[in-house]
Design a protein around this ligand. Structure first.
Ligand SMILES: Nc1nc2c(ncn2[C@@H]2O[C@H](COP(=O)(O)OP(=O)(O)OP(=O)(O)O)[C@@H](O)[C@H]2O)c(=O)[nH]1
Ligand SMILES: [Zn+2]
Length: 339
């Protein structure tokens, strides 16, 4: 893409347009704040972003008399973009409205490419990525490995969750049983449950407590079934969401934070469920394959493809049983996709 060189006159005009735009935004903000406060704003306090709607966010008050209540807040023009899960400082105004004053630093970010292919945060402060798979549809190790790489890249702990455990002993259970064993050996947190039969859901609830989680995984593995089990009033929450966005036009795209009755929170949206297919580079892939650490960089050839080369440290590790061959296959596939 050729960079356009601007004449002095053009760049002066652009500056002027930008200044006018900023001035307009400031005026709008001042008017809004005037309207809101009618002279009075409550004191500054901690809040949690529950959902985002254009220029407004829905926040939950985290302290004081208002704790647990939801407010519609305006975002000051000088603030960075906020996303679901952000911690903020805000001030209440009248009638369930308020103003965001500041954004707290984020512990973590989940990002997805936007329509222009640029990586944008969609959720903040997620502690755990629950990677759901099941005996049916038959799991692809490669997809699970992609999610693991993405989790490692985001610095967020993964939990591997095998749903439909009731099908494990049936004719379709073979592949899932094999994967269960592979990831257990690698030391990942892993649990098998059945959303339908309710098996081991209390153990899952324990693993969700005190954390903010997202659920990801292939279509049909039972994410909705699990969420419905864990969040009996999710339907109600979705109704409230439509009301907030007036005509409910944004209901399917914006992420929303829910509290599990048994403790812990969930951030969910169709977009978030597809997380993990975002951009990562070769170093991210290498870092995501934890059992490869001792062998990477030890191949005889620097540009080793780990397919057939003599002196390949990864192939040797497969031979000696330190790396499983499906993991190596999946590693090669991910690297190939990046190229
Ligand atoms: N046998 C069995 N079936 C289940 C279980 N959990 C969910 N299912 C079934 O699996 C199918 C898919 O479940 P969903 O919850 O819609 O899966 P999903 O991951 O949300 O799928 P998408 O919405 O396409 O992403 C449904 O027919 C469920 O009834 C389970 O524990 N055991
Ligand atoms: Zn090699």
């Amino acid at each position: 893409m050729a960079k356009r060189i601007l004449t002095r006159r053009q760049s002066w005009r652009i500056d002027k347009i930008q200044q006018e735009r900023i001035a307009r935004a400031e005026k709008r903000e001042a008017r809004m704040l005037d309207e809101l406060q009618g002279g009075e704003l409550g004191h500054e306090q901690e809040g949690l972003v529950i959902a985002h709607f254009g220029v407004q966010v829905e926040i939950e008050a985290l302290e004081g008399d208002l704790q647990g209540e939801h407010y519609r807040c305006y975002i000051r023009a000088n603030l960075p973009a906020l996303v679901t899960g952000d911690r903020v400082i805000w001030r209440p105004a009248r009638q369930g409205a308020g103003v965001i004053i500041a954004q707290r630093p984020r512990r973590s970010e989940l990002c997805r490419p936007d329509m222009r292919g640029q990586l944008k945060p969609v959720a903040a402060n997620v502690d755990q990525i629950v990677i759901v798979f099941a005996p049916l549809p038959e799991p692809h190790a490669n997809l699970i490995d992609r999610y693991l790489v993405a989790a490692s890249h985001a610095g967020i702990r993964p939990l591997l969750l095998l749903n439909k455990a009731d099908l494990l002993d049936g004719e379709h259970g073979g592949k899932a049983r094999e994967l269960l064993a592979v990831y257990k050996t690698l030391g990942y947190a892993i649990l098998d449950v059945s959303a339908e039969q309710g098996d081991r859901l209390e153990t899952l609830q324990d693993l969700l407590r005190d954390k903010t989680s997202v659920f990801v995984g292939q279509s049909g593995v039972g994410k909705s079934s699990l969420v419905n089990r864990l969040l009996p009033d999710a339907q109600m929450a979705v109704g409230a969401l439509s009301e907030l966005t007036h005509k409910g036009t944004h209901t399917t795209t914006t992420a929303r934070l829910f509290h599990f009755p048994c403790g812990g929170s969930l951030i969910d949206s169709p977009g978030i469920r597809e997380f993990g297919l975002a951009h990562v580079d070769a170093a991210d892939v290498e870092a995501g394959f934890i059992e490869f650490a001792d062998f990477l960089g030890r191949c005889r050839f620097r540009d080793c493809s780990h397919e057939h080369e003599p002196g390949c440290a990864l192939l040797a590790a497969v031979d000696s049983g330190h790396i499983s061959s499906p993991r190596l296959e999946s590693f090669r596939m991910l690297l190939k996709n990046i190229e």
